[in-house]
Ligand binder design. Structure first.
Ligand SMILES: C[S@@+](CC[C@H](N)C(=O)[O-])C[C@H]1O[C@@H](n2cnc3c(N)ncnc32)[C@H](O)[C@@H]1O
Length: 434
């Protein structure tokens, strides 16, 4: 048995003083409390996200951001706010790509990367980035014109766990095992009790979901706060929310997911033991996108659409990137072709030359493929919402990806073709699939 972390000790003290806590409170403390998982310097080493898999993810998102900027009549500044920005990888990729897109887009961008903790990581695009330590559920900004973008933030929000027992909705709590010999500290255990709040039952009623006998499920009540927070930041603009999750009907399907979707990760392995290794492992649950969407609508965010990441990236030009930058086309010596910036001049900071090895080439293609792989990242959802934007430009946010012409005159593939190889290189921060 390993030594309890500061997070686990704090949880035990809390339970000793006030009795069992809801799973949601346990998860909040285990992930974000003092000594919690996300306060550790190597948080993120246990999972990989799309920006960690390949820079093409951020590059293609930038193609979409360019289009959204034009739909908002090219505001200056065009604020990109990224809550849950983690190590800032996505921010770096977006700013690096923006430098090669036309019409002065790069100069218009103001990027605000926000997380609960101070971030360390790659510093690409530092000059244009403001980093703030803030809670995404209470963003301290108002009146922005631009885009709120988040990747894998919602799945990290604490969830309540409920179970249907004898036709009654019950909630799972976390307690300390009491029936133990003197001097031995009991294990953290699950207790099933009355729901801590009627909001849990209300959520299921609103969704028209009836859990089956014995079914366990997660409910994230913080989606309301998240939607209000996003809506209050944006005067006019879009929200792109990317995460793994499903519609409520699918998520709460008793045949498919009788035990819910809560999982834990340690060292890239799914461990599924949320009450063990408290503070040392990641805990996450799939996002209920039906509730995320309706919470957004109540907060004033129009739902533009919800598409699978694989289809989204493909329509944004994933194939064009694969065609233009496949390893055989990459220079085989230490020389690289200098990328030309938007004014026909090389960008200010030139990348270091690299000699791509065949391993790099394989990793590059594998990573790119993973971004859109069905059954993996390709099944993630991309929820697009708008605020303060008339219906026509709002719907054009996604119609352009299906071939509708845009006032700027570019297709997604034409913009993707402007992204140079140096922006798409894998670095030490990228995950290698081996
Ligand atoms: C799974 S990581 C994703 C990081 C990054 N977006 C990526 O794609 O690599 C979730 C991130 O959300 C942050 N986070 C969780 N809850 C948050 C909140 N309420 N406000 C701001 N950041 C939060 C965590 O600190 C962590 O950096």
């Amino acid at each position: 048995m390993s030594i309890p972390t500061a997070a686990e000790r704090a949880i035990r003290r809390q339970i000793a003083r006030h009795g069992a806590i809801t799973f949601s409170e346990y998860m909040a403390r285990a992930l974000y409390g003092p000594g919690g998982y996300y306060s550790r310097h190597n948080a993120g080493a246990d999972y990989y996200t799309s920006p960690q898999v390949h820079p093409a993810f951020g590059a293609l998102l930038t193609v979409h951001l360019f289009h959204l900027w034009t739909l908002l009549d090219r505001p200056r500044p065009f604020t990109i706010l990224e809550p849950g920005a983690g190590n800032g990888l996505l921010c770096g990729d977006i700013l690096a790509t923006a430098a090669y897109l036309p019409d002065g887009f790069h100069e218009a961008v103001r990027y605000i990367a926000c997380d609960l903790r101070a971030m360390s990581g790659r510093e690409r695009g530092e000059a244009q980035t403001h980093r703030i330590v803030a809670d995404a559920l209470r963003l301290p900004l108002r009146g922005g014109i631009g885009c709120v973008i988040s990747n894998e933030l919602l799945d990290a929000l604490p969830v309540h766990r409920v179970r249907m027992e004898s036709s009654n909705l019950r909630e799972l709590y976390v307690d300390v095992e009491s029936d133990v010999a003197d001097g031995y500290e009991g294990q953290l255990v699950e207790r099933v009790r009355e729901p801590s709040t009627p909001l849990l039952e209300r959520r299921l009623v609103e969704l028209g979901i009836e859990l089956s006998e014995g079914q366990t499920a997660e409910i994230c009540l913080l989606l309301e706060d998240w939607a209000l927070s996003v809506a209050s930041v944006l005067d006019r603009g879009f929200a792109l929310t990317i995460d793994y999750g499903r519609s409520a009907v699918d998520l709460y399907d008793p045949g498919q997911r009788p035990h819910g979707t809560l999982v834990t990760y340690r060292a890239h392995r799914q461990t599924d033991s949320p009450l063990e290794e408290t503070g040392r492992q990641d805990i996450t649950a799939q996002v209920d996108f039906t509730s995320a969407q309706s919470a957004g609508e109540r907060a004033g965010l129009i739902t533009v659409g919800n598409v699978a990441q694989g289809a989204y990236l493909s329509r944004l030009g994933l194939q064009a990137l694969r065609r233009n930058h496949s390893p055989p086309d990459q220079p085989a010596s230490g020389w690289i072709t200098l990328p030309v910036g938007p004014n026909g001049l090389p960008p200010d900071s030139l990348p270091e030359p690299v000699i791509p090895s065949s391993d790099d080439g394989r990793d590059w293609l594998t990573g790119l493929t993973h971004l859109a792989r069905p059954g993996g990242l390709g099944d993630f959802r991309v929820l697009v919402q708008a605020k303060g934007v008339p219906t026509e430009p709002a719907t054009a946010a996604l119609h352009w990806l299906d071939g509708q012409p845009a006032s700027h005159g570019y297709s997604p593939a034409e913009l993707a073709a402007m992204i140079p190889a140096c922006v798409l290189r894998l670095g030490p921060e990228h995950f290698r699939f081996g």
